[in-house]
Design a protein around this ligand. Sequence first.
Ligand SMILES: *Cc1c(COP(=O)(O)O)cnc(C)c1O
Length: 229
Amino acid sequence: MTSISTNLQAVRDRIRAAAQACGRGPEEVVLLAVSKTWPAEAVRAAAAAGQRAFGENYVQEGCAKAEGLAELGLEWHFIGPLQSNKTRQVAMHFDWVHSIDRLKIAERLSAQRDVHRPPLNVCIQVNVSGEASKSGVAPADAAALAQAVAGLPRLRLRGLMCIPEPTDDPALLAARFGVLGELRARLAGEGLALDTLSMGMSHDLEAAIAAGSTMVRVGTAIFGERRQA
Ligand SMILES: *Cc1c(COP(=O)(O)O)cnc(C)c1O
């Protein structure tokens, strides 16, 4: 378990170096620890090492961890594909949802969010890789979806999220991440200010930070290689 705290420190160091390399402050980039497939003990170890925000992809697994570890006061982010029959559990157990890609899901989450809790923070997932990826709204449709989601009462639209296709081509990666920055600027011009760009994972967080990421979602570099399901 000590390797989790060692890995966490290494990831924090990478974030700091990447931010400094492009003249940004390390505090501008939040680290989200993606704990999917790992047991609650792994989350406890990361929490003991100072990590507060955790990302989960699977509804059942994520809700069970959030509930079982409630006394730790952690922040839970749902980052996986979300079907409409699972929105109620997500609205109940999570603080953030990064994977909004259609209005129907957002409307259900808003209607199901407990009125006694703070609004659910959400990001619009944008498909920046075209046909290479299935999830996310097309960039051309993202602004309209963002405006509609921003009007929902029990949600707070925080930003945009993307998962580029895996690539070792730095120019391609910069272009993919750049789509989110351009969209955010366009929405700001339309009067919709967003504070979050959720982009960057274990293998590409430096490129994402250079392109303006404010939240990196890191699993493997903290917890190790996941077993194939
Ligand atoms: C699994 C996952 C991550 C973390 O990926 P790593 O390569 O393990 O860092 C980040 N974002 C999403 C949406 C994921 O599904």
